[in-house]
Design a binder for this molecule. Structure first.
Ligand code: NAD
Length: 347
């Protein structure tokens, strides 16, 4: 039998997308037959307050402190509240990947259904993946039961994103698409999603940065981030995600800015070994895709190099060694010297 059989599993999520879609959340909760909802909201309090009011009698509990990398201590605290209240039969997450991650962690422990209302472009809401941290160690698990059954994308909820979060979070989404494009085992479906996601992000992101209040452009970008999230779920991530994972874990770095600063460097390293991705991305960018990503990343008004995030230069070699010891599938072969050189350039 061929070892080139590519697998695509179904995406069983119900997705709503459009301005004002957040007002449909109570209907979606109703559809699940839920009567006592836990609302996890890491977003600004006005959006959370509006949703809490709309849930009305169905709101059983509200938790406002989801934390990046889903610490087990925070999940334990929420599980204590859920146990005290009793009868909680659904969880609604409003916020970025941190809020969605906490809802997944609660669903993993209770089996209750999830409604995700994402407010960044991280994509976690359409993946069956959960990363949790305990004692400084992050472990990741994959289980179809972790994936929220309902996702509500409302571009109006992204209007409050500061420009830096818009930019870095969108580049985080672009990284999902780029790694899908160079995954040699990606299915035609994943490639189609990745191509559409990358095309739309490169077109819509500059428009959103120029006109942050343009809901139409925000809707395009959010739709592309959704597709990029599906790519994250459906294909194998490579060096980019591995570096983000190892660096982020070792130095406790912010998720989206780290992705934003690494992407052009990893593309420069990998694209010469990935002709299909190179050709598609050159068509999409109508020129050099590395230059296009670099130009976007340069618009970030925050830390743009590893040194600015406080990563010590003498820690880079150990990171390269860890990456090479357990490499993710990647188009270009990895050796300590090359990965170290890449990291020094990013530093
Ligand atoms: P985040 O959820 O931590 O949000 C970053 C900050 O932005 C927070 O302060 C949040 O309150 C704020 N914010 C969010 N939306 C906003 C909005 N619309 N307006 C104003 N402020 C807003 O960051 P993130 O990058 O979305 O998610 C990162 C986390 O998600 C990490 O823990 C990462 O590991 C996880 N993640 C998991 C997956 C997966 O498939 N399991 C995928 C992507 C990310």
């Amino acid at each position: 039998m061929s070892d080139r059989i590519r697998v695509q599993t179904g995406v069983a999520t119900r997705v709503l997308l459009g301005p004002g879609a957040r007002h449909r959340v109570p209907d979606e909760v109703e559809r699940l037959g839920a009567k006592a909802v836990l609302l996890v909201a890491g977003m600004r309090q006005d959006a959370a307050g509006e949703l809490a009011d709309a849930l009305g009698r169905r709101l059983a509990l509200r938790f406002a402190r989801p934390t990046v990398h889903t610490p087990v201590t925070v999940t334990d605290e929420v599980m204590g509240l859920v146990a005290d209240r009793g009868g909680v039969d659904a969880v609604v997450a409003l916020g970025g990947g941190s809020a969605v991650g906490l809802a997944k962690a609660v669903a993993a422990r209770t089996g209750i259904p999830q409604v995700a209302v994402p407010t960044t472009y991280a994509g976690s809401e359409v993946t069956p993946v959960l990363g949790e941290t305990s004692g400084g160690v992050k472990t990741t698990r994959r289980d179809p039961a972790l994936q929220p059954g309902t996702v509500v994308y409302d571009p109006e909820l992204t209007l409050s994103m500061p420009p830096g979060l818009t930019l870095t979070s969108a580049l985080n989404a672009l990284a999902h698409a780029v790694e899908g494009l160079w995954d040699a085992e990606a299915s035609p479906g994943a490639l189609a999603y990745a191509t559409e996601a990358a095309t739309t992000i490169l077109a819509a992101l500059p428009a959103v940065l120029d006109r942050p209040d343009d809901v139409g452009a925000r809707e395009e970008l959010q739709g592309a981030a959704w597709l990029a999230g599906v790519v994250l779920a459906q294909s194998r991530m490579g060096l980019h995600h591995q570096l983000a994972h190892v660096l982020g874990g070792a130095f406790d770095l912010p998720h989206a800015p780290l992705h934003a600063m690494l992407l052009a460097h990893v593309m420069e390293y990998d694209l010469p070994a990935a002709p299909r991705a190179q050709a598609r991305l050159a068509r999409i960018a109508d020129g050099d895709p590395v230059a296009a990503v670099r130009a976007l990343a340069a618009r970030f008004d925050g830390p743009r190099a590893l040194r600015d995030l406080g990563v010590p230069e003498d820690g880079l070699r150990a990171i390269a060694e860890r990456v090479v010891a357990h490499p993710y599938p990647n188009p270009r072969a990895l050796d300590v010297a090359s990965v170290h050189a890449l990291l020094r350039t990013a530093w």
